[in-house]
Design a protein around this ligand. Structure first.
Ligand SMILES: Cc1cc2nc3c(=O)[nH]c(=O)nc-3n(C[C@H](O)[C@H](O)[C@H](O)COP(=O)(O)OP(=O)(O)OC[C@H]3O[C@@H](n4cnc5c(N)ncnc54)[C@H](O)[C@@H]3O)c2cc1C
Ligand SMILES: NC(=O)c1ccc[n+]([C@@H]2O[C@H](COP(=O)([O-])OP(=O)(O)OC[C@H]3O[C@@H](n4cnc5c(N)ncnc54)[C@H](O)[C@@H]3O)[C@@H](O)[C@H]2O)c1
Length: 501
């Protein structure tokens, strides 16, 4: 390492995903004369386009994969290096890439993202979905599949069970309701009928009520079948490396071999006990399967509820692990419990002059009472942008305060073809029993849940075209005492926007 010729840059950013690219853009526009290097393992970079600030904290944007030359043309100060960082030497302020080059830095920002946290690492029948390569592999295997098992209850699982057609899906969730990372059991109940046949809804009654949920019994199953006529056709592939994001499935056909359309069997409150091939099963002394099933599937999955399913393959949609490995050896990074690089309120890690942003880091500052970290595209952009600002402020010796975007958690997404907006402590996270829920639900149309604490709105889940996000965001940010309004707050006959004008 000492013999290798080193090229130095003032700023080095690692990772061409949303966090890294946004950080580069921010640095380059704040200090146009400075030299910046973007080192990325992937051949393309991700760019935010059509950015729209929907309200004070809610934002929407598209993400495009672009050749890195587009970024270099825009910022003449920028050099893009296509190679993976193999090691980091914080003492000498340098990184070494897989092709043996060494780059020195004054300030470094690690934006290397995450990778799927698979149920098992070495089983060819267990797939994760992260980037284009893995999405294409999934699509290829699905096109020959009759039955798959999806394990996990977060964003990817929710998207897959809705999108996959022509293949039976066994969906194993460890919770009592679907979608636990994004919403509560009430919202899950609202969404579940969407997995059933696409019948036109009869005129729905709008009702407002206190929050109640009906949970399936432990180990219970539910099955759903739907007819769908629509088909999507493929567009060009995306590059390997960076995480996919909103609407990643829009461009690809997710279809199995069967004529049936969507068919989902839900297994609640169970985890995976064992995954084995048909050969392993035949050779196993304790045979737990009925013999007629043996050999008809390439892989079998045994669940903790005692059921075993044969399938073509298993999708492990069980979260992400931060990509920290190349940076740890020989350094002294503080890591959070989830394996992310510990960052403070200036996006600084515990190593001097090393910052981190996006899925690779864990926000360890004292959070605003209404914000929490989730590994999302929006937060990757916000963190990259703020890290760039902090790095610039530090070299210019300017003061900088935690950005307003970390004041209130907000996320807009789409599940089961419904617009979903999440605000603040949307699931009452960390509030204990000391909170109240108000609910308005119109079957097939909208689900509105408000979380109140001490009479103040602290969170909301809005599903459907509710048009309430901006007003609710204001009510949350203003910390207004809403006790006098009681349940009128969700009265559908009152135009709430005018009400609080
Ligand atoms: C299937 C899927 C669907 C999703 N849908 C949504 C959604 O609807 N909404 C939403 O908000 N979020 C969604 N997400 C999450 C979102 O995509 C991520 O949170 C976000 O992309 C993280 O951005 P990032 O820049 O931190 O990391 P990444 O996008 O993972 O980028 C990391 C970059 O670092 C590079 N890299 C890694 N290691 C090295 C190394 N050693 N040296 C050099 N370069 C390296 C990689 O090549 C890549 O370019 C989804 C994720 C997946 C997988
Ligand atoms: N629309 C969106 O916003 C969207 C869509 C897709 C993905 N994403 C993001 O992409 C990333 C990856 O998605 P994901 O769905 O893999 O992660 P996730 O964090 O959203 O969900 C992981 C799920 O797996 C479950 N789980 C974890 N370990 C398990 C185990 N051993 N057995 C059974 N279940 C287990 C968890 O309880 C959780 O329900 C996440 O950061 C997610 O937020 C977001």
């Amino acid at each position: 390492m000492a013999d290798k010729k080193e090229k130095r840059f003032r700023f080095v950013i690692v990772g061409g995903g949303i966090a890294g690219v946004t950080c580069v853009e921010q640095l380059s526009s704040q200090i146009p004369s400075t030299d910046v290097a973007l080192i990325t393992a992937s051949p393309h970079i991700k760019a935010v386009t059509n950015y729209k600030q929907v309200s004070k904290t809610l934002e929407e944007f598209d993400v495009e994969e672009r050749p890195s030359s587009v970024l270099e043309e825009k910022f003449p100060n920028l050099t893009v290096i296509h190679s993976a960082v193999k090691s980091l030497h914080t003492q000498s302020h340098s990184v070494e890439t897989a092709d043996g080059r060494v780059f020195g830095y004054e300030k470094l920002c690690i934006c290397s993202g995450g990778r799927p946290k698979l149920l098992t690492q070495d089983n060819p029948y267990v797939l994760g979905i992260r980037d284009t390569d893995s999405a294409q592999e999934f699509q290829k295997r699905l096109s020959k599949a009759k039955r798959i098992v999806v394990v996990g209850n977060g964003g990817i699982a929710l998207e897959l069970v809705y999108e996959v057609e022509g293949c039976e899906v066994i969906w194993a969730v460890k919770d009592k309701a679907i979608g636990n990372t994004f919403f509560d059991a009430g919202a899950a109940q609202f969404l579940i009928p969407t997995l059933v046949a696409d019948k036109p809804e009869s005129a729905a009654l709008c009702k407002r009520t206190r929050y109640t949920t009906e949970e399936p019994a432990p180990g219970a199953s539910q099955s759903f079948t739907a007819d769908r006529n629509s088909r999507r056709h493929g567009s060009g592939p995306t590059e390997a490396g960076s995480a996919l994001g909103p609407d990643w499935h829009e461009g690809i056909v997710l279809r199995g071999t069967e004529q049936v359309s969507r068919r989902v069997l839900l297994e609640y409150q169970c985890e995976v006990k064992k995954i084995f091939t048909s050969e392993e099963l035949l050779n196993s002394p304790q045979q737990t399967l009925r013999l007629e099933n043996v050999g008809s599937w390439p892989v079998y999955i045994q669940l903790t509820n005692g059921k075993t399913f044969g399938c073509d393959f298993v999708v492990s949609a069980t979260g992400v692990v931060p990509n920290t490995e190349p940076f740890l050896n020989g350094n002294n990074f503080a890591l959070a419990d989830d394996g992310g690089l510990h960052v403070d309120d200036h996006m600084m890690t515990s190593e001097a002059d090393v910052y981190a942003a996006g899925d690779v880091c864990t926000a360890c500052w004292e959070h605003s009472p209404l914000w929490q970290q989730m590994r999302l595209w929006t937060q990757a952009r916000q963190m990259g942008w703020y890290a760039g600002r902090c790095m610039a402020a530090h070299v210019l010796s300017e003061p900088i305060e935690l950005d307003f975007c970390f004041e209130l958690f907000s996320h807009i997404t789409k599940f089961f073809n419904y617009k979903v907006v999440l605000l603040g402590k949307f699931n009452g996270q960390g509030l204990g029993p000391d909170h109240e829920l108000l609910l308005r639900c119109t079957k097939g149309q909208e689900y509105v849940k408000v979380v109140l604490s001490g009479g103040r709105m602290v969170g909301a889940v809005l599903i459907g075209e509710t048009d309430l996000e901006e007003t609710f965001e204001n009510l949350i940010l203003n910390k207004m005492d809403l006790t006098p309004y009681g349940e009128e707050l969700l009265n559908p006959d009152i135009d709430i926007e005018d009400y609080f004008d």
